[in-house]
Design a protein around this ligand. Sequence first.
Ligand code: ARG
Length: 856
Amino acid sequence: MSQHLLLPLVILAISPIPGAFPDSAFSPTQEEPEDLDCGRPEPSARIMGGSDAQPGSWPWQVSLHQGGGHICGGSLIAPSWVLSAAHCFVTNGTLAPAAEWTVVLGVHSQNGPLDGAHVRAVAAILVPDNYSSVELGADVALLRLASPARLGPAVRPVCLPRASHRFAHGTACRATGWGDIQEEDPLPLPWVLQEVELRLLGEAACQCLYSRPGPFNLTFQLLPGMLCAGYAEGHRDTCQGDSGGPLVCEEGGRWFQAGITSFGFGCGRRNRPGVFTAVAPYEAWIREQVMGSEPGPTFPSQSPQPQSVLSEPTDENCTIALPECGKAPRPGAWPWEAQVMVPGSRPCYGALVSESWVLAPASCFLGRISSDHQPGDLDNWRVLLPSRPRAEHVARLVPHENASWDDASDLALLQLREPVNLGAAPRPVCLPHPDHYFLPGSRCRLAHWGRGEPAPGSSSLLEAELLGTWWCHCLYGRQEATVPPPGEPPQALCPAYQQEEAVAGRCWNYSHRSLLCREEGTWFLAGIRNFPSDCLRPRVFYPLQTHGPWISHVTRGAYLEDQLAWDWGPEGEETETHICPPHTEHGACGLQPEPAPVGVLWPWLAEVHVAGEHVCTGILVAPGWVLAATHCVLRPGSTTVPYIEVYLGRAGASPLPQSHQVSRSVISIRLPRHLGLRPPLALLELSSRVEPSPSALSICLHPGGIPLGSSCWVLGWKDPQDRVPMAASVSILTPRLCHCLYQGILSPGTFCVLYAEGQEDRCEVTSAPPLLCQTEGGSWVLVGMAIRGSRELFAAIGPEETWISQTVGEAHFLPPSGFPLWPPESSDLCPPDMAGASGSPQAAIFLLLLTPLIQG
Ligand code: ARG
């Protein structure tokens, strides 16, 4: 369970003056003699503002220490008794020994000398028998002090409600504590007690919020004995370290403890108010535990109840808060787009992340200045925001500490001198929490970021589709690295641009872009990229989500928003660890984008258009090289090199998304030196490199034989007109069997295949289709190219390893493994009559019964 706490919030505007009510407002009931006054802080003459509590205003607040530090809060309910939360003391069903704990009373700042403060040892910790975990309720504990507290102005008990006490929903109450001021953001020194005003939420209103999926797509069922306080819009809440502390409501001049801080989902998140243990239902339990102890806690009866309390409204409406960030009227009209104007340089684009803060690349400002050094005079800096008539002044620049050396942290926050009013514009962009998982297939857009010049055309409208983490990580990550599971920050985000080739064949030289991704109509700043000269097309974005905690720490109020889309689709339940298939020294090869978000299943399959006449299959073996069958690209006997064009990124299905196509012309054809015969394999050199992308990625090559345990396919198209890629499943025959079947007509280094039933007609023969195997590790490997006129015989790649590696440089040969290449065999091992069976599948099947296949 996530027990983070929330925010300390930000401060409350005005707090009532505790104790400043006429005493007459409270009349103790007759039947219950007061043994001890409760719930009344020392009258204070000051108004409290801000989140720091005034010293002495919450004299029942105690700090529970273990191992020398603050762990939880608690409240003094009688000189020898403190009320707190069970989960502070129970770990895995075991109650911590009382001797480990001390109670610190009368503290305000935990840093300074504790003036009037004193410490008590704990004699006993009592927890209800039915407590097991916070979400199941009964999160309450009583601590008996080893000796009574010394009561005084800074140390007084709070009043406890009777079981019949009703707190009206909507009542403004106070929670106090030394807990975190935001998720993962501890209270800074001098650790002054914080208070926040929280409104009680009725059970129905709270359940309504918790019934809608929130963080981690979780819903939650409130149980009797729990109460909620806070706001649907979030921002104000308790947080980690506040647990066990009191939620108090003032009635008739006394403060009654309505709740004990128990848990929440994150802190201050939208539609996730804090959950407290309701104290009133525990009246009997508390009385029972403290029985015989004098003086005990005080349970004043409730003063005349307001009408609204008596008629508990059952029709409480369910008011869900919508995101306050990330709404844009249309893609490209970004209400958070900020232009930072620094005298003497071009505007730097960033994004508004809160009412006072703009996020932008640090390199815009630190370029010429070392990072430990504030750049000159912020006085002349200005920030232009949409719909603001005048430019904003800049008060402060906070660069990320790693900005000068880590491109992924090239970030700076600029504080505006005055906060701006948020509305339709300017409006901040939403930022992801570290555990955000942008689903593969998410629709994203690119926005200006930094000092890049606008790209030609409407680049801010460039639409992109996010690729799965596996593919992105394995393409750019380390070899055999484990792919971070959903929920862990990814190392990279890979968008596939829809219009990437709109500027034909040429790089977008303007790559200063941020990546905005949309969920349920809300835009998140998902990634950043700030390289001066890089092609837009192939690269990846640095995820912003890892920086969420830094941004909220600095800004105290940036709009981190929960993940809004959870439709995992086919990737769904997969939680097992993924490992990237082996890379070669030249990077990833043979990866196949899963459920092909962009529709390209075979990113290495090329169409080789020869002299405008016919089309051969080709396979991308390196960024600038395609391998094809010689007989297909060169006319038999002819020595003139035809005009050849190569297309990559064909999705196959019609209508073809032309946007993913990459085309290059062939500038040379290379053949290995073979004695006599024309060599079967040709390398085509492309006019320029094709960088890795989901639509164009190099294949892996196998140095010899067939990778063990692989499944193999002939890949091509059936119809030379529409060229929809097809794969036919095949088995590769053992060299002996192959040799026997085709005795006499085979050149060395030839594979023979047997098609799975009914698959032999799937690929057209004249295009000279390739033979590929998928290894156990998951990469695709090219093992052969078809021999002229045959669909069963393939020229092996392995024997040409040296020539290919020398010609291409970056060819992805995998380390040798698998079935050895062409073991020496004597032809007299062939069964009689074999030669006659050549080419007949029936005969081959018969033979297979005799000889094991090399196929997994
Ligand atoms: N369980 C937390 C603690 O141990 C308190 C969490 C309160 N969280 C919240 N969002 N209200 O300190």
